[in-house]
Design a protein around this ligand. Structure first.
Ligand code: ADP
Ligand code: MG
Length: 268
């Protein structure tokens, strides 16, 4: 990797034509007890900083024309560890807490983690839905979250694994099957593997209405982000935005959301 192509500032992300990317802060100070979804939900409810950041991101996504008629978003990135699973999960949780029904789908089929995150071990999920082997309702788990467990986040695990399933899938049928399962929700977040690791994310792009590209502040390589964005755009599904994750204002430059405190102050 060329040193000067390392994507470590907001300016570079913006000059990389992923312009006006929303920013999600570094949150390692927040205790979220591993990757458990219920713990993430608790962390979001208790931290206005996080909740504000995700409400802003949901709002920005909603403005996209692709999500006026559609509702499903593939959350992807160039490399592992940039925050795809965290962001897909937090978007689903924030939406559910705000009263909009959300479905969180584990599309990282080789390294499924959402089943574990909600404490289930069954291996039926997205794969079986795409193959038409199950009606979606059978594989959607309802996880209660929020104050007095008053909200529900819906979760679909990855399903059985085999390297040959996705490449040999009938994608027209798979898309129709996925649509019929996902149409009942206000928003559908599909977690995915990294774009540059294998073809899986590009294949899954065909079943969703839009793509969100997660960029790890300080870890992503600008050339790789450009390459991944190009590959995703070739699928025909629009990349509706990029989000800079783990942003630390001191290390990476000023945030482009100076107005967030304005909203927070007005809540008081
Ligand atoms: N904004 C953030 N602040 C602090 N830790 C984060 C943030 N986003 C992700 N992480 C942590 O980074 C690790 C990788 O995140 P994950 O969402 O699993 O990435 P990916 O799905 O892209 O591989 C996890 O341990 C997660 O808790
Ligand atoms: Mg992941």
């Amino acid at each position: 990797m060329k040193l000067d192509s390392k994507l470590d500032t907001l300016n570079k992300l913006q000059s990389g034509r992923t312009s006006r990317a929303p920013v999600l802060p570094e949150l390692s100070h927040v205790r979220a007890n591993g990757g458990r979804l219920s713990a993430l939900a608790e962390a979001i409810s208790q931290n206005p900083e996080i909740e504000d950041a995700y409400i802003a991101l949901l709002g920005a996504l909603r403005m996209s024309p692709s999500l006026v008629s559609g509702n499903s978003i593939l959350v992807t990135s160039t490399a592992p560890g940039e925050g795809k699973t965290t962001i897909a999960s937090c978007l689903a949780i924030t939406s559910s807490l705000a009263g909009q029904a959300a479905l969180l789908v584990d599309g990282d089929l080789r390294r499924s983690s959402l089943g574990l995150a909600i404490g289930i071990t069954d291996s039926v999920g997205l794969t079986e839905v795409l193959l038409g082997e199950t009606a979606g309702a059978d594989v959607i788990h309802r996880l209660r979250i929020g104050q007095s467990n008053s909200s529900v986040v819906n979760v679909m695990a990855g399903g059985r694994k085999s390297p040959m399933i996705l490449p040999t899938m009938d994608w027209a049928k798979a898309k129709a099957a996925f649509k019929s399962v996902s149409q009942d929700f206000g928003i559908v977040l599909v977690d995915s593997p990294p774009v540059l690791a294998a073809n899986d994310a590009l294949l899954l792009a065909s079943i969703v209405d839009a793509i969100l590209l997660v960029v790890g502040a300080g870890s992503a390589d600008l050339d790789e982000v450009r390459r991944a964005k190009q590959q995703l755009e070739q699928t025909g599904t629009p990349v509706i935005g990029a989000v800079l994750n783990r942003f630390e204002p001191k290390a990476h430059g000023r945030s482009n959301q100076p107005y967030r405190s304005y909203y927070r102050d007005s809540k008081r």
